[in-house]
Design a protein around this ligand. Sequence first.
Ligand code: HEC
Length: 448
Amino acid sequence: MRIPPLVRFVGLGCLAGVAAMAASNVTFNKEVLPVLQKNCQECHRTGEVAPMSLLTYAEARPWAKAMKAAVLSKKMPPWFADPSYGHFANDRRLSQEEINILSAWADSGAPEGDAKDKPAPVQFTSGWKIKPDLVIEMPEDFVLPAAGTINYKYIRVPGNIKEDLWVEAAEMRPSNPKVLHHGKVWVLPPGSKWMADAEPGKPYEGREAGRVSLSDGNDILGKFNPGLGAQSFDIDGSAKLIPKGSDFVFELHYTAAGKITTDRSKVGVVLAKSKPNVRYFLSPGTPAALNLVIPAGDSNAEVVAESTVGVETKLTYIQPHMHLRGKDYELRLIYPTGETQTVFKGKFDFEWQLGYSLQEPILLPKGTRIVTIVHFDNSPNNKFNPDPKQEVYWGLQNWDEMQSSFLGFLVPVNTDIGEVLRSTGPSLLPRPQGAGPALSTLGAMNTK
Ligand code: HEC
């Protein structure tokens, strides 16, 4: 029924048969540039996340061998979903033909080819990837110290939202992407208890508690992570709600840059043309294993979390979240019938916080359990590991760990968001002794 993503490339006549093509026939202008335009330039150009630009022959030529190595090893483009599970609309994998083109080009001395073969350059909009109808910005610059740990900052920003707004897409942009490790903009509907006492514009610390308040309707509007890009909420006409009278909270995790710097982040939104029937809701980091324990030195520490859906909904988006010791991630559904289905499985790499958009949303009947099964590498072999001798618990800083999901759900607009998800099963256990909670706790739990 579903079209495997690789099949989509097969129809491209100009790429077919390249496997057989003599290496010397492949030129930059004819075969290579289209591959770079389609798959690489979104990141490999000035001002984006990648270290070098790959827009022109002069820029790409010195990287020919490195590009071959990066695509053969699947290091580039970054994409971690195991192709045996799930199909994703934003699948970044190259086709075999595209890999062959880059390899053959490197092997034949990276010729430029005929200028008349060159496709027109892609027109990138600098800055915004969306065309925002409304921009919400921090009222003042945040000043970062030159060094030291910077705790998470929370800044309440007044909304002046005069009517319910339905948002089709959002994009969070720091003014200084080098120092914002990650950020979120939360919608704070009127009456929310979180940050209720906060003075607008002033940065607060230690305000983690209460932000994940489903019953107050707190929802994440836009997120910034390396490689994440803009977020679309339009799945066959769905949109995200900013209720009339809402404010916003900017949650900012900064990293000091060696000198005093500033940032002023903003979020842009594209408004839906009309009121939708379906609301897009992003789970604020649930399921979550707040009780996790990772043993010192363990290279494959298993931790399981579980939530159950309280209404019929559709799952449309999966963004795993772990820290430095994160290794792999699986999302498994257990339907009320007892049937199980793995919808995502993949390697986790701390340098990327990728999101995976399901090609087709999956219907979750009320009572479906969402189980996330992950492994952490707390051994000295993990190059990111800050301290393999440490037993590790849940915490906000990168040397603590997390086991969370940001999941996109589609619900009828009148749904009480507080009903969509509740923690169940292993996530309700007290912190286990020594390790876990492991998958073996799943069967033992009575999750009514
Ligand atoms: C989502 C953004 C993104 C996309 C898409 C992307 N890259 Fe990269 N690339 C990066 C970043 C960031 C780095 C530097 C960090 C790293 O090496 O992991 C990088 C590094 C590289 C390197 C250096 C690797 C090394 O080992 O030093 C090469 C070569 C490369 N990319 C080629 C490509 C090619 C070819 C494509 C397209 C087929 C591509 N990239 C697509 C973001 C991207």
